[in-house]
Design a protein around this ligand. Structure first.
Ligand code: ADP
Ligand code: MG
Length: 258
């Protein structure tokens, strides 16, 4: 079984140190969730794992099955078995999903015998309009259609570990359940998943194993799926450092004491 290990990862973006020591391990067949307040660096973590330009790793390691991911270009990480569903998936004008997957499978050395039939079946299974398969990849698709499109690609490419950034964004309740069930089935076949979400319901559908909270550039606490439910009630207040309070002088108290 595969294993993605992120150890003490530090990442700088646009001159700011966003991550300062993130450690987590995603074993094949398991679903690990990263939750945390807006701007905590969840997408930064995803981008850094996939090697997106502009995300400068300043410390730590990322390995999959002992292989150093940081030494590889993004396309090589994909060939090694990493898959990334971005929060806002990229549109690729002029390239259909069929063309993209034909090239990707060939680069992986795992050409499908009947890709067209596989794609139609995958599309039907998760309610993706088959007519959209002919069109340019993700172009002019709704948010939910893009997440379905990415899920089809994931199913066909059969990666070892998938990083899924906010699968829920754009999907309606039924769509989310259908897509989550497809991903959950992939985990039964050995896929490891690092999923970023704000919704405990998605973690329930995915049958999540672990929940990690990212704040102040680090994983500040981890637990089972019950942690996600607890957070929905309590918020992240307990894990977010308070801003330094403003000095009292010059406030209303001073006015009244004059
Ligand atoms: P999250 O996904 O947890 O909401 P992000 O990882 O998107 O958070 O962002 C973390 C911080 O890094 C934010 O302050 C954001 O503005 C900043 N950031 C993210 N990507 C970039 C970028 N490409 N250029 C500059 N700043 C960025
Ligand atoms: Mg994000």
């Amino acid at each position: 079984m595969s294993e993605l290990i992120v150890d003490q990862l530090a990442v700088k973006v646009g001159g700011s140190q966003i991550l300062s020591g993130v450690s987590l391990t995603v074993p094949g067949g398991e679903v690990h969730a990263v939750m945390g307040p807006n701007g905590a660096g969840k997408s930064t973590l995803s981008n850094a794992i996939m090697g997106r330009s502009g995300y400068e790793v300043t410390g730590g390691t990322i390995t999959m099955d002992g292989q150093d991911m940081l030494a590889l270009d993004t396309f090589e990480r994909a060939q090694a078995g990493l898959f990334y569903v971005m929060q806002a998936p990229t549109e690729v004008p002029g390239v259909s999903m069929f063309d993209m997957l034909t090239a990707s499978l060939s680069a992986q050395g795992t050409a499908s015998t009947d890709l067209a039939a596989t794609l139609s079946a995958e599309a039907a299974a998760i309610g993706f309009d088959v007519a959209l398969l002919e069109r340019s990849l993700n172009v002019d698709l709704s948010g939910g259609e893009k997440k379905r499109s990415e899920t089809i690609q994931m199913s066909v490419l059969a990666p070892k570990v998938a990083i899924i950034d906010e699968l829920d964004s754009g999907l309606d309740v039924d769509g989310l359940r259908t897509v989550a069930q497809r991903v959950e089935k992939l985990t039964n076949d050995g896929l490891g998943v690092l999923v970023i979400t704000h919704f405990p319901r998605l973690l329930h559908e995915l049958n999540a194993d672990r929940v990690h909270v990212l704040a102040q550039g680090k994983i500040v606490t981890s637990g089972g799926p019950e942690l996600a439910i607890e957070l929905e009630q309590t918020g992240y207040g307990a894990y977010v450092e308070e801003e330094t309070p403003e000095p009292k002088s010059g406030g209303l108290d001073d006015l009244f004491s004059m």
